[in-house]
Ligand binder design. Structure first.
Ligand code: ADP
Ligand code: MG
Length: 728
């Protein structure tokens, strides 16, 4: 066995669960390292507290004087917890989060020093960020960007550093991060949803979009992960024959969690509690060594920050437990990949979930308004939604025979399908008084309050209604939720704006009663968005055909899927809503397309390297042993050797064939890369990587995996699937 593989496996034999202390109640730990409302009340003056609350609740700007008071209190609080540094914490356009740490420490006259943290340092900073991707924005406009405090997401302490959530923008105001457009989209959906909610309840003054993400991941022993250059460099295995036992027995799903993994989770959850991330559930997932973690849902901006923070925390805690967390969407071929379901709903300041059916017809009409408008928004923007979840790694899930398909559709369950079908069938034009009574009594009035029915959940749907929320399931496990959430909230905001205009015009122009007008508009929306609704098996070949007939997109790879992000329609949507301008939209596309190319390029290099430098030489070594054996047999048995050496000779030939194919594949792949690399246009280059380079991956892998089955296990250099996935 190769030394690396041998030692990696040996190391895992001695692994014991790392003991963790846990004698405090979780509720007591919750938010201990967060500068939350309670802490603020304790540390801030009345004025400062009011200032922050005004900023959080009403978006009022915080003045310099108040900022100084807040920063001083924040510093005192942080120092009381042994913190030495602070950082503006933000989400650049690639990577999870970025930080630049500064000490509170400052020297003063006389050779002494003090701890200092001023209001200016809290509110605004200039990270040395010339290396963050910015798609040309900063070159075009200004050389620098700055980070600015986002008071709606509380500061927290992580690894002895005070982290201040911030946005990252250029001096000319273009967003350079994921948070800025998200905040704007949330503002827009708040405005639009509040205006519509007022039809039903005048007391509504604010609507919050909620997000509850479910994070899937794999846990692999650290030493085993390190023994694989592909996992180390790309986050996934580029080759490896599937294990004799995979997930076919379904014995991992909801089974008991192995002790080492459980201790990791407990430790992780404790950290989450301290950081105010309200994690609630944990369980095994479908694939071996695959798990899921989900919190209680929160306001979207906060939930997005918490997910970004979580991904970082997960990796660091894993290290402590001698694990490596794989967040990649498809770390192993042949077993399920990982996603990040985004559960989304809209909630009013009066405490009503607008996507939850209620007890009265009036409440249900409100529910239907938001429910149908969301479906309509998804229908009209399915390509943009698809684009927002596109990435090199998510391509392995979407449209690659795995959950969910690359076609966006909406699943709503049989009960609601019936409701919408009935609504659709009422007369054209104005609804008659009789129909109105009927609808209220028999359709709207009878929507069951609780729709949650586990048997009625379609797991193959990328966008499913699950009782009181929509679940966007196609989001990738590595994704920053900000992107899908920006798009979803933006398209719903736009749809609700349109809805309001249409209803108002019926009320004013056609002198319709409010309810009549609402029913009329909804009925048209149901018709207009019928094609997006699909209740069947999303993985089936029939659905692909059917979807094509319905005119739904089915983009299986990132470069093509991303095009919807820069369509005139998308740019208009963002510009109308004031979320992003053309330059920002195009810059983002540029970054994503480049990232795609880089990821495929890295994978191609690593695969070529492993195939040529690890697999082929190992196969030759083993082949030489067989040759020696055959020669020996010939020496002993003379002409009779053929009978005795038949199998050996078959293997020798087999090895040669596979080696030939691998070398051919790698050479051709290198040539394709060379051609792609000289392409100037970044989109064209991405297409070249997608269509001309990536296509060699499967072929090269196939022959490497065949060799894995032929070559003596003792020689094989790479830790095998069965070892990666089944070592506890
Ligand atoms: P599953 O989808 O695995 O069956 P649940 O439906 O119970 O699990 O919840 C999954 C996630 O949905 C959790 O993160 C939870 O907080 C979130 N969630 C529940 N209700 C809402 C809601 N109204 N809005 C947004 N997220 C929600
Ligand atoms: Mg779910």
């Amino acid at each position: 066995m190769s030394t690396l593989r041998f030692y990696a496996i040996k190391e895992t034999f001695n692994r014991k669960p790392i003991a963790i202390e846990e004698n405090v109640r979780r509720s007591e730990l919750f938010g201990k390292n967060v500068f939350n409302k309670n802490t603020m009340r304790q540390y801030l003056t009345k004025d400062a507290y009011k200032g922050v609350m005004d900023a959080i609740e009403n978006g009022v700007k915080i003045d310099r004087n108040i900022a100084s008071q807040i920063s001083a209190s924040m510093k005192d609080w942080a120092l009381s917890k042994g913190v030495t540094h602070y950082t503006h914490w933000f989400q650049p356009l690639t990577g999870i989060t970025a930080e630049k740490h500064d000490a509170f420490f400052e020297t003063i006259e006389g050779g002494n020093a003090i701890e200092k943290f001023g209001g200016g340092e809290l509110v605004q900073q200039e990270p040395d960020a010339s290396s963050f991707p910015h798609g040309g924005i900063r070159n075009t406009f200004e050389a620098r960007g700055y980070t600015a405090w986002d008071p709606t997401s509380p500061a927290f302490i992580w690894e002895t550093t005070l982290c201040i959530p911030t946005i990252f923008v250029s001096y000319t105001g273009e967003a350079l991060d994921n948070k800025t457009p998200l905040l704007k989209a949330l503002q827009e959906v708040d405005k639009a949803a509040t205006a519509v909610a007022k039809y039903f309840d005048k007391a509504v003054t604010k609507v919050n979009a909620s997000l509850g993400w479910e994070q899937e991941y794999f846990l692999i022993d650290k030493a085993l992960a390190k023994s694989r250059p592909d996992i180390t460099l790309t986050g996934r295995t580029l080759l490896g024959h599937s294990s004799a036992k995979g997930q076919q027995l379904d014995d991992h799903y909801f089974g008991s969690i192995p002790a080492r993994a459980l201790n990791y989770m407990r430790d992780l959850e404790t950290q989450c509690m301290l950081l105010g991330i309200p994690v609630k559930t944990r369980h095994n997932e479908v694939a071996p060594n695959q798990f899921e973690l989900a919190p209680i849902y929160e306001e979207t901006n906060l939930a997005v920050d918490h997910n970004s923070l979580l991904m970082d925390v997960m990796e660091k805690i894993a290290d402590r437990h001698n694990f490596k967390v794989l967040l990649h969407e498809k770390p192993f071929a042949g077993v399920n990949g990982s996603g990040k379901h985004n559960n989304w709903s809209l909630c009013t300041n009066t405490g009503v979930n607008l996507l939850s059916p209620g007890k009265t017809p009036m409440h249900n009409l409100e529910f239907l308004t938001f429910f149908i408008s969301t479906i309509k928004a998804v229908n009209d923007n399915e390509e943009l939604l698809r684009a927002t979840i596109a990435s090199a790694s998510n391509d392995h899930r979407l449209g690659a025979n795995e959950a969910p398909p690359a076609i966006i559709s909406v699943f709503i369950g049989s009960q609601l399908t019936e409701v919408l079908d009935t609504l659709e069938k009422v007369t054209k034009g104005k609804i008659s008084p009789q129909e109105m009574t009927d609808l209220k009594l028999n359709v709207v009035g009878k929507i069951p309050e609780i729709l949650l029915d586990n048997t009625d959940r379609n797991r193959t749907s990328p966008f499913a209604f699950t009782g009181n929320k929509f679940e966007f399931r196609a989001v990738g496990s590595t994704a920053n939720c900000a992107n899908p959430m920006t798009v979803l909230n933006a398209i719903v905001a736009k749809q609700l704006q349109d809805f309001k205009i249409e209803v108002d015009s019926l009320i004013k122009g056609k002198k319709m009663k409010k309810d009549d007008a609402i029913f009329n508009v909804l009925r048209e929306y149901i018709k207009a968005s019928k094609r997006i609704r699909f209740e069947g098996n999303g993985y089936s070949a029939e659905w692909e055909k059917e979807a094509q007939k319905r005119g739904l997109s089915n983009y299986k790879t990132t470069p093509i899927a991303l095009q919807a992000k820069i369509s005139d329609k998308t740019i208009k949507l963002y510009e109308d809503l004031g979320i992003m301008n053309r330059v920002e939209v195009i810059a983002r596309h540029e970054i994503e397309i480049e990232e795609y190319t880089l990821r495929i390029q890295i994978e191609a290099r690593v695969l070529g390297d492993i195939a040529r430098n690890h697999v082929v030489p190992t196969a030759i070594k083993y082949q030489n042993i067989l040759i020696e054996n055959v020669c020996g047999l010939k020496e002993i048995y003379g002409a009779d050797f053929r009978k005795l050496a038949k199998e050996q000779m078959n293997i020798i030939e087999g090895i040669s064939k596979h080696i030939e194919k691998i070398n051919e594949g790698v050479s051709e792949m290198i040539e394709a890369r060379k051609k792609a690399n000289i392409i100037e246009d970044s989109e064209e280059k991405a297409f070249a990587y997608c269509d001309k380079v990536k296509l060699f991956f499967d072929e090269i892998r196939y022959h490497c995996d065949k060799l894995e089955l032929l070559v003596d296990d003792e020689f094989w250099p790479l830790t095998k699937y069965r070892e990666l996935l089944f070592t506890k």
